[in-house]
Design a protein around this ligand. Structure first.
Ligand SMILES: *Cc1c(COP(=O)(O)O)cnc(C)c1O
Length: 370
């Protein structure tokens, strides 16, 4: 079955006369439970929930894994990932352009615990040089917001050769855009807040695994630390997942059209989109990605030009996220943390009409120039 078919069916219960296709969320603290706990699949709401189970089955199928554990946020998934694989004295090799808050947690909380951290850039597979003695290799491809890519299969093989586990933060492409587990990674991690759910109405994350035993550790972490999602969020996510193929196809088509347009504007520099054939990321991206995703980055001359551009875009929402139906952008340097220029813009191209978007971007760039 093709992904476009699977994503619509994924995680739905068996056909049952008179039943809903995707039954609503189950809100439960405790479940009815008398006698031997082994007699019930559901014991207590912090342990498991049937709404999570359905969504996890759907994601597992799409990731091509053995199990998925859904968390209350992408960062809860990051914490579980680091917390279940690393202890004092272990070495973590992480991309220096990985998601800012993931780097903060690694270099803050986990460094304080005694984890050794080696950062190296995504571009040029630079982590490969630092794998000796590593316990965990942390990749993010394409990286956010700089949009470099690395060769996941090559790095996974090199990491496994020295006994390290491999996680890919797959948030930007989503499980339909790229399947890290099939490329050799042990874990595929995602903030489902972004393109996976796409409606900008929830915060959620997941980790998928190939090995059940690693999945058990991640599930135990969730149960014991309590980083559990609400059933309403998970149900909304499952509902939104069904349109992922439709959305991601439109995102990719629109993003390519917008990137091609931006490439014609002389005031735009540093344009990056992994789906542009002349982008340095393209040779690897075209081998390992099915869709190139919604995110483009580029630079304008300075802060004031970038802000004038953003203010004058009528179709674009200024927000710090990406992967939603609505086109969104921000001047990334307003946060600090990423090594980007003052005029650097991260643009997440939505599912609107591409001609409308390009017309709007044209008038906003013209105003920023005047
Ligand atoms: C947003 C994001 C996260 C964190 O996810 P939240 O759902 O905001 O907690 C992690 N990694 C990447 C690449 C992200 O974009």
């Amino acid at each position: 079955m093709k992904a476009a078919t699977r994503v619509i069916k994924a995680g739905l219960p068996e056909k049952n006369q008179g039943a809903a296709f995707l039954a609503g969320p189950t809100f439960a603290g405790p479940y009815h439970l008398s006698g031997d706990p082994a007699s019930s699949a559901y014991l207590y709401g912090r342990y498991h929930n049937p709404t999570w189970t359905a969504y996890e089955q759907a994601i597992t199928e799409l990731e091509g894994g053995a199990a998925t554990i859904v968390y209350s946020s992408g960062m809860a998934a990051v914490a579980a990932m680091l917390g279940t694989t690393l202890k004092a004295g272990d070495k973590l090799v992480m991309s220096s352009d990985a998601y800012y808050t993931a780097r903060l947690v690694a270099n803050g909380f986990f460094a304080t615990l005694g984890v050794e951290i080696q950062f190296a850039p995504t571009a040029g597979n630079a982590q490969k040089e630092h794998l000796v003695g590593a316990k965990l290799l942390w990749l993010e491809s394409p990286s956010n917001p700089s949009l470099d890519v690395c060769d996941i299969a090559l790095l996974a093989e090199a990491a496994h050769a020295v006994g390290a586990l491999v996680v890919v933060d797959n948030t930007t492409p989503s499980c339909l855009g790229q399947q890290p587990l099939l490329l050799g990674a042990d874990f595929s991690l995602s903030s489902d807040t972004k393109v996976t759910t796409g409606h900008s109405d929830l915060i959620l994350g997941h980790v998928s695994v190939k090995d059940e035993a690693l999945g058990d550790k991640l599930r135990t972490w969730r149960t014991q630390m309590g980083s559990i999602p609400g059933p309403m969020e998970v149900w909304l996510a499952h509902r939104s997942l069904a349109t992922l193929d439709l959305r991601i196809e439109r995102h990719a088509k629109n993003a390519l059209a917008v990137a091609e347009f931006l490439a014609t504007r002389p005031e735009v520099t540093g344009l990056r989109y992994p789906g542009l054939p002349h982008d340095p990321a393209y040779p690897i991206a075209s081998r390992q990605m099915k869709f190139y995703g919604p995110v483009i980055s580029f630079e304008l001359a300075n802060q004031s030009m970038a802000e004038t551009f953003l203010k004058n875009c009528e179709l674009l929402i200024e927000a710090t996220s990406f992967g939603g139906l609505h086109t969104m952008a921000e001047r990334r340097a307003r946060w600090g943390g990423d090594k980007v220029s003052e005029g650097f813009i991260r643009l997440s191209v939505g599912c609107e009409d591409a001609e409308d978007l390009i017309a709007d971007l044209t008038q906003a760039l013209d105003k920023a120039l005047s």
